[in-house]
Write a protein of this length. Structure first.
Length: 353
């Protein structure tokens, strides 16, 4: 394809600046593209980012490339201490989005007087990157949460305790990666304060923080998601309020409610009670066979709940039920950390006998 005839800027340094920043912008876009491809598996984002990279490539003219050796770059190889802190995909997404945005701004300014087309392209892509960054971060957050839900078999649910934060930290130290927080007593101001404290603990141990029932507190505390009962607001409404980055779980104990929750877009199901439960005294246990039948054809994660502890895990495992939610079995333990370790070992044991 023949490149458009653009007058060489009077100062070769300008061409050198544009050349360097076109390289920077395309490199940053390639980082985002590869994470969208290999990290998120999202074809739409890959195509979208690749297209932006190709547009910049077509406008990387020979007059810019030929200026590369005009003045030796005395600052080549400089790095910054913050680069070593980019250890998570989210930080890599943000840092490379910023890199692209900054490079495009430089191109926009320095190409304006001699290549208005490139200046306009740089401006348009720069504004698109602002939106793209947020969308990638949201998808990355959701994918992380989905992965934790899928790969972890023990889901811990809180109940009121005077030393609850200490108990939760011990449970997290035991290897639990999912905490659902229930509110029983007190006012909303205290509920939110406590939710933020639990959220901070979960972040410390790279674990999910799910809020029970309260979508408003989930939003205010920046929880990873919300868990809804049959009497709470519906999944579709919760999704509109929470956005696409959060996960939504639903409690159900019959095929009708399960199918509706899945159709409405929930991310996982809590099914029970399996056994007689201290927290659900008025509910008749479904039993292991019934739970097994209900989850047989479900293709999203399902956690059995209700009266589960280390003593009856083997019964569930023998029926190939390996994902469980535990309340009192952890909270009432003399050593919640050790209890969590024991239960996790029992759940990970592939022998179903």
């Amino acid at each position: 394809m023949e490149q458009p005839k653009i007058n060489q800027p009077e100062d070769l340094r300008i061409s050198q600046i544009i050349d360097a920043n076109l390289d920077r912008a395309r490199e940053g876009l390639r980082v985002l593209e590869d994470w969208a491809r290999f990290g998120l598996g999202n074809e739409d984002f890959v195509i979208r980012i690749k297209n932006l990279r190709q547009i910049l490539g077509k406008n990387h003219l020979e007059i810019y490339k030929k200026s590369r050796n005009h003045i030796e770059d005395q600052c080549k190889g400089l790095s910054h201490i913050e680069q070593i802190h980019r250890k998570s995909p989210s930080k890599i997404i943000s840092s490379n989005s910023a890199r692209v945005q900054e490079a495009l701004r430089v191109i926009e300014e320095f190409s304006r007087n001699h290549n208005n087309k490139l200046s306009k392209i740089a401006s348009d892509i720069r504004y698109e990157i602002y939106t793209l960054e947020i969308e990638l971060l949201n998808l990355n957050t959701r994918k992380r949460a989905e992965l934790i839900i899928r790969e972890n078999n023990l889901y811990s649910i809180t109940d009121h305790r005077d030393n609850l934060l200490q108990i939760i930290e011990k449970i997290l130290l035991g290897g639990v990666k999912i905490i659902q927080h229930r509110f029983k007593e007190g006012n909303d101001k205290n509920h939110l304060k406590e939710a933020i404290q639990v959220k901070n603990l979960c972040e410390k141990y790279n674990s999910l923080f799910i809020v029970n029932d309260r979508v408003d507190i989930a939003m205010a505390s920046n929880a990873d998601g919300v868990h809804l009962g049959q009497e709470d607001i519906d999944v579709k409404t919760a999704r509109k309020l929470l956005g696409s980055s959060k996960i939504i779980g639903v409690s159900a104990n019959n095929s009708t409610d399960i199918n509706k929750a899945i159709k409405d877009g929930c991310d996982y199901i809590g099914i029970g009670p399996v056994f007689q439960s201290l927290t659900k005294k008025g509910k008749e246990p479904l039993g292991v066979e019934k739970i097994k039948t209900l989850i047989k054809d479900i293709n999203i994660p399902c956690f059995a709940i209700g009266g589960i502890n280390k003593l009856n895990i083997s019964c569930l495992k023998s029926h190939r039920i390996s994902k469980v939610a535990v309340v009192s079995g952890l909270l009432n333990s003399e050593d919640p950390k050790e209890e969590a370790i024991i239960i996790l070992k029992k759940l990970s044991n592939e022998n179903y006998s």
